[in-house]
Design a protein around this ligand. Structure first.
Ligand code: ZN
Length: 232
């Protein structure tokens, strides 16, 4: 299943923002965002560059429960006492990545090394193709806007004049952003149903994106970043 970078980053930002609202720890946002792409930050270069000849698989070590366990130990030992919100952000970010990637479809990696070695894969020009998919997926632009709204709400007081005017515009028009997320989410959902009979793998991918967009939009409506900023 292919879930793109900004989708992972948005879900991370959303988790971080919920923790920020809950505990007042603004650092939870960047920590959860990095954690939400951490498995790809480790595995994509490792699998598609360093191990290209042997594996060429971008979902290996850091997409396993073993890696999640190691992250949980680090979060528990290093951060639990003093930085509990950040430990939760770190753990929840990595969990969100494995869920969005639908790792239940890939038990060999998920339960590595219990079910044998990683599967060999083949992705000619992985990074070139990734950039093209990134730029051509409408959902990625919706996620980018969502990230923008969250970033503007968290960083508002710290923004310089030029960035603040952009942040202001995003926050004032945040309901349009939520609407865009909902509309693209509905389109993805319809696509999921249309493709279900012919290509269940694509349908599952579209369905996960639809859920991320609609649930993400709905969570933003509820958390309402930028509620301190007057409406347009
Ligand atoms: Zn991944």
């Amino acid at each position: 299943m292919i879930v793109l970078l900004l989708c992972h980053l948005f879900i991370g930002a959303l988790i971080g923002f919920a923790i920020y609202r809950w505990k007042g720890e603004a650092l939870a946002v960047p920590v959860a965002m990095v954690a939400a792409i951490l498995p790809d930050l480790v595995d994509k270069p490792l699998g598609h560059l360093f191990l290209q000849e042997t594996l060429d698989n971008g979902r290996i070590f850091a997409h396993s429960l073993l890696f999640l366990g190691i992250v949980a130990c680090i979060a528990g030992v290093v951060a639990w006492k003093q930085y509990r919100p950040l430990a939760v952000a770190l753990l929840a970010g990595v969990v969100s990545h494995l869920l969005l990637d639908g790792m239940w479809d890939n038990p060999t990696t998920l339960f590595w090394p219990l079910l044998g070695p990683f599967a060999q894969d083949h992705y000619p020009d992985y990074f070139g193709n990734a950039i093209v998919s990134e730029l051509t997926a409408p959902s990625e632009y919706a996620f980018l806007l969502g990230i923008g709204v969250i970033a503007a709400a968290v960083l508002y007081e710290r923004l310089g004049p030029r960035l603040r005017s952009i942040g202001d515009a995003l926050l004032r028009h945040r309901r349009i952003v939520y609407g865009v997320m909902m509309i693209i989410g509905i389109v993805q959902l319809v696509t999921a149903f249309v493709t279900l009979a012919n290509d269940p793998a694509v349908a599952q991918n579209e369905f996960v994106l639809a859920v991320a967009l609609m649930l993400g939009g709905a969570s933003l409506v509820r958390l309402d970043p930028g509620s301190a900023v007057p409406d347009a």
